[in-house]
Design a protein around this ligand. Structure first.
Ligand code: AMP
Ligand code: MG
Length: 327
């Protein structure tokens, strides 16, 4: 069974093609970017609408398949930016109707976890999902995918991008800040904001903006200290979730999971508590169609179908609202 998965929750329009054995035949994407500022929802949607046909064609070409080889269509139904989700849902309905294929709408956050299980061999991990807009600690517990901790304000990726922008580094800032951090030598104490199982970045961002503009510090040291501080915050709550759930596996997901320093710190924490740390290839950390395809296969095999009339979007769905029939 082969599934074509459509991702469009935010700036990325992605198409992944996978089979039920976990083989990835194609994982193609095109992302909307800006020179200044963040995502403008309507512009990102225009980007997806303009490029979706090309990306679908490129994925099929790469997989050396045609639509008649595709068994199922899946798409990100939730959560995300309404404008961009709608383009993916529209593409999914169009393909399903035109080629008479079954359709599955899925939850994007859960797909970040299940693609990790499919490709790394993790069996029941705690997911540290660190992306642009999202920062959540998710694990399967009591029949649902539950959020054990999350950001109270902005996502860690957006936070890193904002710090980088303040330093004049451009977008996406996360990788640029990482490069700069390698030259940092001095650790500068910054606000450490863990509240129970949640984290917050707003106050830290204000504090950093003042420090960047004060002329008293060099950006290399601030970049280094920023990463050390926020990654320690993320791993503190991840570790506490692992202890609480009695789980022995940590999986990293989301664009920020591409960061080598975060990976190093996560491996270290796991080693200290005799747990396993699973890290995906970057193409499966960032938003991608393959994870949507894989989650589509899981739900299809459990007997789920999304009727065309129900193939809408749900921008605010939480992971624990999803009925789990595939485990
Ligand atoms: P996503 O929303 O999952 O597509 O991830 C996008 C976010 O990941 C952006 O905020 C990027 O700055 C961030 N990002 C990508 N690569 C890295 C990296 N190497 N280090 C830190 N952040 C990164
Ligand atoms: Mg994501």
């Amino acid at each position: 069974m082969i599934c074509l998965g459509i991702e469009s929750t935010a700036h990325t329009f992605g198409i992944g093609i996978m089979d039920d054995k976990g083989n990835v035949f194609a994982n193609v994407k095109d992302s909307y970017t800006t020179k200044k500022g963040g995502i403008i929802p309507s512009k990102a949607a225009d980007h997806h609408a303009k490029l979706c046909g090309d990306v679908i064609k490129e994925a099929l070409d790469k997989a050396e398949l045609s639509m008649k080889d595709i068994g199922i269509i899946s798409y990100s139904m939730s959560p995300g930016i309404g404008h961009t989700l709608r383009i993916g849902a529209f593409a999914a309905r169009s393909l399903a109707l035109k080629y008479n294929k079954p359709l599955i709408g899925i939850n994007h956050c859960i797909a970040h976890l299940t693609i990790g299980e499919a490709l790394t061999g993790a069996k029941d991990p705690v997911l540290l999902y660190a992306s642009g807009a999202n920062t959540q600690i998710i694990a399967y517990e009591g029949g649902k995918y539950r959020i054990f901790g999350e950001t109270l304000d902005i996502g860690v990726g957006n936070f890193l991008d904002s710090v980088a922008r303040e330093m004049g580094l451009g977008f996406p800032g996360g990788p640029k800040l990482y490069e700069l951090s390698l030259k940092g030598k001095k650790f500068i104490e910054l606000p450490y904001s863990v509240k129970g199982m949640d984290v917050s970045f707003g106050g830290l961002l204000t504090n950093l903006k003042q420090k960047i503009n004060s002329g008293k510090y060099i950006n290399e040291d601030l970049a280094y200290s920023t990463q050390e501080t926020v990654f320690a915050m993320l791993l503190e709550v991840s570790e506490r979730a692992m202890a609480h759930c009695g789980k022995k596996e940590l999986l990293l997901g989301g664009g920020v999971a591409c960061n080598l320093r975060l990976q190093e710190m996560a491996k270290r924490m796991c080693r200290d508590r005799k747990a396993k740390c699973f890290i995906l290839e970057n193409q499966f950390n960032v938003d991608n169609g393959a994870m949507i395809a894989w989650q589509g296969i899981l739900q299809f095999n459990s007997g789920e179908r999304t009727e065309i009339k129900d193939a809408v979007i749900d921008p605010y769905q939480r992971t624990d609202e999803v009925e789990v029939n595939w485990k």
